[in-house]
Structures are given as structure tokens and as C-alpha cells.
Design a protein around this ligand. Structure first.
Ligand code: AMP
Length: 429
């Protein structure tokens, strides 16, 4: 293992020339900590248990060694030798894009399959032969059931975002897929958190894994400049408009709402205030989502309003601000959200709007991140209810006397839904 203090370069990691060239083409100068820790054991053929969330560079951490190992034992006829299982279509698409980026100087085929679209094209691509399949669990099981996919030749299996699979209720599907894999294989297991169910699954799947872990959830939050505004529910849009109009430093902003309707409503209201925004969520067509994302990535669109599921894994650099228009009731979600503004080590700003009903959620969040989120009390839409008593952390931060914390947040099941984008595939050179 390469100690982090050495600041390793990609060539220190025993990556082959075509991969070094691909990362250099991608503009990466040095590996991220998860890459530095995971790539060497993965290249040696070891299983890897990675505790890392999106934004740490984990996709390359498993994609680069996978490509290299498949390329080392290249077979002339493309046959299914590697499977990446991931919970959402967006993540699947992005992993497919990563394969195209990192594998551009080798001769491997991959395709991406997910539900919500017709299966015809996906089946055709599978029939043509692929080395690597990136899939969401439902569609994978469908196509396996129809006899279009045979996992008996899998040499490398990646389970991505295992904790999210659990949250989304996919664990039974994941277990069915695993049952169809050969026992002898290399497995990479990635999860942002390691609750007991996930740890048990990892123990079942991995043999003597190299354990790599980066940026525990509470330290990710430390890099981000966070503020909370206490505000009445009905004034949140006006507060957002006021902030957008008064602060020029707010550039690319990702706004989170709890519901799809909330996202649509907000986009409409912003439009009425003369502020252009687009929503992405599961009820939007794939075309609409891609248009919105494209506009946002190119900088034409300053505001993207998203639900948690739609935003998960969206790969956008340069987000200056995250706004929690609604506070999430699952505190980990808060960290996932605000982490979107601090990609690959950058810093960012996160604003949270907290109405009276959401105050207990704030207490949960502060407990998780072990930080007091500074309040902005001097704003145009102060709350009609008195400000809450200081939380434990706030008391400590300000030296005030201790008072009780808030109530407990309920765990929220993440809903899926929405439509589709076609599976991508890269041709042999
Ligand atoms: P991920 O955690 O895989 O979603 O990656 C987060 C972001 O980091 C993506 O935009 C990647 O393109 C980018 N990235 C991955 N590896 C590196 C690296 N070594 N240097 C700079 N950026 C990277």
C-alpha cells in the first residue's frame, strides 16, 4: 500500500500505459486517496472493500484496475467477464461513461442496461458481445430471466453504492444476482456507509479484502461552508429569490427539494420571479433530464432543482452552492447533498432552509456531522415562530448553557421512478 503522505502519482500505482494515458487525457494529475489506496491491491487481484461516497473518485478506483486486469487477459471474442451493479440509472450511465473515458486506449466492449426503457437495443448489444456490463438490479434480473445474460463467465464483480441498494429495497435483487455469479471471482464492494446489514453482506462476498476508506461522512462536511436560515415554509421561495438576486457569488447552484412536486412547483415560482431553473426527478423524461443537466453543466443554466434520487451520483464539477430548500429527515442525506459542492477536494457553500417542522432534522444533522451549522438570522424573511433553543453543539460553540436537542428523524425510503436513457456502448478501436 502506498502511504497517503507520499502523494503518489498514477504511475506509482502500477497502472499500464493505456490507462495512464487515459487518466492524463482526462486531465487528472494525481490519484485521489481512494484511488491510491484501492488500485494497487485491486491490480494484484485482491478483493476490495471501499468505504467511500460519490465525489471521492471511487468510480475510477474500481474501473481502472478492472480495465487493466481484463486487458491483461484479453480474449478475442468479447464475452461477459465483468459486472458492475449500481442502484440508479444515472449512476449506471456515469459508470458507462467512465469506462469509455478510462478504457479509450484498450480494446474492450461495454454496455449499460437499466429499466424504464424498451429492452430491444440493450438485448441487441448484449447479443453482439460485451466484456463489461454495467447494470441496475431489476433490468439485469429481467434479462437474465429471459436468457439474454449469462453470468457464469464473470471474473470481476463490482457492487457499487451497496448502502443505497439497501435503502432502495434492492437487497433481495442484489442477492439473487450474487447467487448467479461464479464463486471464483474478484469482488469490489463500495459503500458510503457501513451499517450492519451492509457489513454482513460484505463479509459474505469478500475474501480477505483490502479495506480502503476515505473521507468519513463528518469530515466531508467540514470542508463546506454551511449556513442555516430559519424561515417559514411559505417564504422559502422568496428567500431563495432574495439570495440569488443579492449574492453574485452564487453561480452553479443545486437546489434540493424533498418531492418531485416540490421541485416542479419551485421551478415554476422561480420562473414567475424571472429566474430560470430546471428540475430533474424521476417523472421527467430522460430527454428532459439530459437537457437540464447539459444546460447546467455548460453553465447556461444557473439553477438545477433536484430530488435526492435524481441527484444521486450526478457528476458535475464546479457547483458553487447547494441549497437545501427542504431539509432531509435522514441526516446522511444532508451530507450526500452538500458533498455535491465539494467534488474532488474543492470547497463550496451549502445553505439550508429550515422551517419550524424541520427543526428536529437540523438537530439530527448536527449530531451526525458533529458540527454546529451557523445560523443566519439577519435575512429578509425571519420566521414567525421564535427561534429554537440552542442545540448542544450551538451551546458549546457559543458558550451558552446546555439545552435539549431535537427529536429523532425517521428513516426515509428513497423512491425510484422515471424514465430512461439508452445504454451506451463504445466500439472497439
Ligand atoms: P466519483 O467519486 O467517481 O463520482 O468521481 C468524482 C469526480 O472526480 C468525477 O468528476 C471524476 O471525473 C473526478 N475525478 C476522479 N478521479 C480524479 C482524479 N484523480 N483527479 C481529479 N479528478 C478526478
Amino acid at each position: 500500500m502506498i502511504p497517503a503522505v507520499n502523494d503518489p502519482t498514477f504511475s506509482d500505482l502500477a497502472l499500464a500505459k493505456p490507462l495512464l494515458k487515459a487518466v492524463s487525457d482526462a486531465g487528472y494529475t494525481s490519484p485521489t486517496p481512494i484511488q491510491a489506496a484501492a488500485i494497487p491491491p485491486a491490480l494484484e487481484g485482491r478483493d476490495v472493500l471501499g468505504c467511500a461516497q460519490t465525489g471521492t473518485g471511487k468510480t475510477a478506483a474500481f474501473t481502472l484496475p478492472m480495465i487493466q486486469r481484463l486487458d491483461e487477459t484479453f480474449v478475442e471474442e468479447a464475452t461477459l467477464r465483468a459486472l458492475v451493479l449500481t442502484p440508479t440509472r444515472e449512476l449506471a450511465s456515469q459508470i458507462g461513461e467512465s469506462f469509455a473515458t478510462y478504457g479509450k486506449h484498450v480494446d474492450l466492449w461495454h454496455t449499460v442496461i437499466f429499466g424504464g426503457v424498451k429492452q430491444g437495443r440493450q438485448v441487441r448489444e448484449l447479443k453482439d458481445g460485451v466484456d463489461v456490463l454495467v447494470a441496475t438490479p431489476g433490468r439485469l434480473l429481467d434479462l437474465m430471466g429471459q436468457g439474454h445474460i449469462d453470468l457464469s463467465g464473470i471474473e470481476i464483480f463490482v457492487l457499487d453504492e451497496a448502502d443505497r441498494m439497501l435503502d432502495m429495497g434492492f437487497l433481495p435483487d442484489v442477492k439473487r444476482v450474487i447467487a448467479a455469479l461464479p464463486k471464483k471471482r474478484q469482488t469490489f464492494f463500495f459503500s458510503a456507509t457501513m451499517p450492519p446489514d451492509i457489513r454482513a453482506l460484505a463479509n459474505e462476498l469478500l475474501i480477505d479484502p483490502a479495506s480502503v476508506s476515505v473521507a468519513p461522512i463528518s469530515t466531508t462536511a467540514e470542508r463546506i461552508d454551511q449556513h442555516v436560515f430559519f424561515v417559514d415554509k411559505g417564504n422559502k421561495t422568496d428567500l431563495l429569490v432574495d439570495l440569488l438576486e443579492s449574492d453574485d457569488s452564487i453561480e452553479q447552484t443545486l437546489v434540493f427539494t424533498r418531492t418531485k412536486h416540490g421541485a416542479n412547483r419551485l421551478v415554476k415560482k422561480l420562473g414567475k420571479a424571472g429566474i430560470e431553473a430546471a428540475a430533474i426527478h424521476g417523472n421527467k423524461s430522460q430527454n428532459a433530464r439530459e437537457r437540464a443537466l447539459g444546460g447546467f453543466k455548460s453553465g447556461d443554466l444557473r439553477l438545477l432543482v433536484a430530488t435526492d434520487i435524481a441527484a444521486r451520483g450526478i457528476d458535475i464539477d464546479g457547483i458553487s452552492h447547494v441549497v437545501n430548500f427542504d431539509l432531509p429527515n435522514v441526516p446522511e442525506t444532508y451530507v450526500h447533498r452538500i458533498g455535491r459542492t465539494a467534488r474532488a477536494g474543492a470547497s463550496g457553500v451549502a445553505y439550508s432552509f429550515c422551517d419550524v417542522e424541520e427543526r428536529p432534522y437540523l438537530a439530527d444533522i448536527e449530531r451526525l456531522i458533529k458540527q454546529h451549522v451557523p445560523r443566519i438570522t439577519d435575512h429578509a424573511f425571519p420566521p414567525s415562530q421564535p427561534l429554537p433553543k440552542a442545540t448542544d453543539l450551538e451551546s458549546r460553540a457559543s458558550g451558552k448553557k446546555r439545552s435539549g436537542g431535537g427529536g429523532g428523524g425517521r428513516r426515509r425510503r428513497s423512491g425510484g421512478g422515471g424514465r430512461q436513457r439508452r445504454g451506451g456502448r463504445r466500439g472497439r478501436r
